[in-house]
Design a protein around this ligand. Structure first.
Ligand SMILES: CCCCCCCCC/C=C/C(=O)SCCNC(=O)CCNC(=O)[C@H](O)C(C)(C)COP(=O)(O)OP(=O)(O)OC[C@H]1O[C@@H](n2cnc3c(N)ncnc32)[C@H](O)[C@@H]1OP(=O)(O)O
Ligand SMILES: NC(=O)C1=CN([C@@H]2O[C@H](COP(=O)(O)OP(=O)(O)OC[C@H]3O[C@@H](n4cnc5c(N)ncnc54)[C@H](OP(=O)(O)O)[C@@H]3O)[C@@H](O)[C@H]2O)C=CC1
Length: 286
């Protein structure tokens, strides 16, 4: 464990904002559940009474999450896959159907990127980020919707995105992918409303998770200057919002993007790569 994120005991010592039993009788599917926000979401869903489906590529990390949330006596299904493979996504939903029936809430949290000047992003890296964050999320959304349509019932999707309203220097690929997910979500929120399907996005700002380790430590420390609160957000602050938005408390919300970002969308200079002199205050002539 590094200095970032919360371990299982720390998560277990916290209390979700939503009432006990909020997800009782429901099945919540979480991608990227082996680490960071997804692992926190697994704690929250289990504590709120859900059957929980844990997905991601690395089965050992998923098993570890399953063991950690065993303390809440939830029913848990571990299903490793890459969301980039549409057939694997179909198999996932079949496995969920066999174990729990339809999922009620699908949380598309899996994703990531690497810091790079846009001009240097190699084609393979571009495709990895787009295929994961946009393509993978789309495969999950479409398959969930098809299953709900075929079962003659609705459902709820929450897509974890990022703050894309301003530029994101150093992560152009993820900015493009996440903006794509937001546009897609708003579009199918209309198309799938007649099916009783709600789709919303949660846009976290800078959140303390082990995922921060892919960035230069100096850049990460500087990131606390990218929001009005001047601090990292915490996993539980995202988990409370995602669970609220995914569950019945938000039944009149769809096509929404909820920012939980300490004000990053309104203020803050955010660089995941070295800031060019051009943008430094010192570069202004007297
Ligand atoms: C508010 C403030 C917010 C500040 C932060 C701003 C960011 C927005 C907010 C989000 C924050 C977070 O997400 S926090 C962290 C979330 N977690 C992560 O990002 C974890 C790291 N990311 C991933 O693992 C990603 O899933 C992803 C990048 C798509 C990697 O997917 P894959 O495993 O399929 O890909 P790989 O096989 O590893 O690599 C495929 C190619 O990608 C490129 N590539 C991969 N990693 C690379 C690297 N470090 N440097 C260069 N290039 C790289 C190479 O071309 C690789 O090809 P080869 O050269 O042939 O190998
Ligand atoms: N932390 C932050 O500041 C912010 C995070 N976000 C986003 O929130 C989400 C969670 O981030 P965080 O917890 O911080 O980071 P992590 O790196 O800890 O989590 C990302 C998760 O996604 C999973 N994943 C990646 N690629 C795939 C794939 N192809 N198929 C299935 N699962 C995959 C990983 O598991 P595995 O490797 O086992 O597959 C991992 O568990 C990500 O989408 C991230 O980009 C957005 C804004 C800010």
């Amino acid at each position: 464990m590094t200095g970032y994120g919360r371990d299982d005991d720390a998560l277990a010592a916290l209390t979700p904002a939503l009432r006990e039993g909020y997800f009782a009788g429901q099945t919540v599917l979480i991608t990227g559940a082996g680490s960071g926000l997804g692992r926190g979401l697994a704690h929250w869903a289990a504590r709120l009474g859900a059957n929980v489906v844990l997905c991601g590529r690395k089965v050992d990390r998923l098993e570890d999450t399953a063991a950690a949330i065993g303390r809440y006596n939830a029913q848990v299904l571990v299903h490793p896959l890459t969301i980039r493979d549409p057939e694997a996504v179909q198999d996932l939903f079949s496995a969920v159907a066999a174990r729990f029936g339809c999922a009620d809430i699908v949380i598309n949290n899996a994703g990531g990127q690497f810091p790079s000047a846009a001009i240097d992003i190699p084609p393979k890296g571009w495709h990895a980020v787009i295929d994961t964050n946009l393509g993978g999320t789309w495969h999950m959304m479409q398959e969930a919707a098809r299953r709900w349509r075929d079962a003659g019932r609705g459902g709820s999707i929450v897509n974890v995105v990022a703050v894309t309203g301003r530029g994101m220097p150093g992560v152009a690929h993820t900015a493009a992918a996440r903006a794509g997910v937001i546009a897609l979500s708003k579009t199918v929120a209309i198309e799938w409303a007649p099916l009783g399907i709600r789709i919303n996005c949660v846009a976290p700002g800078l959140i303390s998770t082990t995922g921060m380790n892919v960035y230069d430590p100096r850049a990460v420390r500087a990131m606390t200057r990218t929001n009005v609160m001047q601090r990292f957000g915490q996993i539980e602050e995202i988990a409370d919002t995602v669970c609220f938005v995914g569950g019945n408390a938000s039944q009149f919300m769809t096509g929404e993007v909820v920012h939980v970002d300490g004000g990053n969308q309104i203020w803050g200079d955010q660089w995941t790569i070295d800031k060019p002199d051009y943008f430094k205050v010192d570069s202004i002539d007297d």
